[in-house]
Design a binder for this molecule. Sequence first.
Ligand SMILES: Nc1ncnc2c1ncn2[C@@H]1O[C@H](COP(=O)(O)OP(=O)(O)O)[C@@H](O)[C@H]1O
Ligand SMILES: [Mg+2]
Length: 354
Amino acid sequence: MSREIGIDLGTANVLIHLKGRGIVVNEPAVVAVDLDTNEIVAHGQEAYEMIGRTPPSIQVIHPLEGGVIADYDLAEAMLILFMRRIENQHWFSKPIILICAPSQINDIEKQSLMETAERASRGIVYIEEETKVGALGAGGNILSPQATMVMDIGGGTSDISVISSGEIIASQSVRIAGDDFNQAIIDYVKETYQLELGTKTAEQAKIAIASAQRVPQQDIRHHDVNGIDMVSRLPRSMKLSNNDLAFALAEPIDEIAKATEHLLQSIQPEFMADIIEQGILLTGGGALIDGLDDYLTHRLEVSVIQVDQPMRSVAVGTGLMLELIQSGEFERTQPTFWGRVKRQLKQFKRRLMG
Ligand SMILES: Nc1ncnc2c1ncn2[C@@H]1O[C@H](COP(=O)(O)OP(=O)(O)O)[C@@H](O)[C@H]1O
Ligand SMILES: [Mg+2]
């Protein structure tokens, strides 16, 4: 029996999808390292809770900071730790694994990650582009010759792709995404209110009330934040509004919109017609910013659609993609060298048997 496992190895979150079970892991892509012993003492949610609250000997690290692998050994160790979680829950032999990794990691790193997953699982491992799988998970028909366009705003990068007949025909990746939104909030509050916020506090404010556009008086909402007063260096609390956040986020959102405009300008007319007809799918955590779909729709003059549960699109898509790979409908995804050998042996055996 084979088991199909999909892994969305994001810069901010790692999700694991199991066939028949759905999403079984959904946790921050962080590890806590003991600097004295060089050992990982916590990973995922447990390590995330430690951010900003660690003793000097412990550091919480994002191995995939900024959409690239900042620390390869830690990224690999983190992948294995998350994979072990499902091994404990389930016994399975020879799984088939699909990994989606950030678009900006290089081919050597991709290959090494696949080999790591292969050694850890003894199965066949495939790797695919995150946007392609996300578009599939969001309901896009990526195998059709009609173009599907997707915008994924994650933690470290925003990736925009146009897909036709199962292939990415045009794409753009910018290193401006959720982490930069957090930083923009920190900078804005510092400048406007002379209050210093921690990253996690800024992120929580963003998740609670981020808005892509200023809202009228009756729609104003508030969120309490605690920080350090920059003059007295004493603790201070204040209320931030969604309009504060709209102001703070204007610049990074504009950068992402510009990259999308740039990509749209390179699209051939027939594909453009498909995109106008179907709209652009908005996935990733950034899609949850209030009014971002409307803002982009007006700005790009193409309807931008916030998909249902955008942070799960890639993980859900891994399940669908594995079905397509297994049924032979999708052959472009390349497994590792040993995966290819195993697959060919299997086909050979099948032919011999009849
Ligand atoms: N409700 C929300 N509004 C705005 N941003 C959000 C919201 N929920 C999560 N995010 C942000 O989404 C990002 C993570 O998105 P995700 O798609 O999981 O990224 P990645 O694929 O890079 O791991 C983080 O920066 C997080 O702060
Ligand atoms: Mg992602």
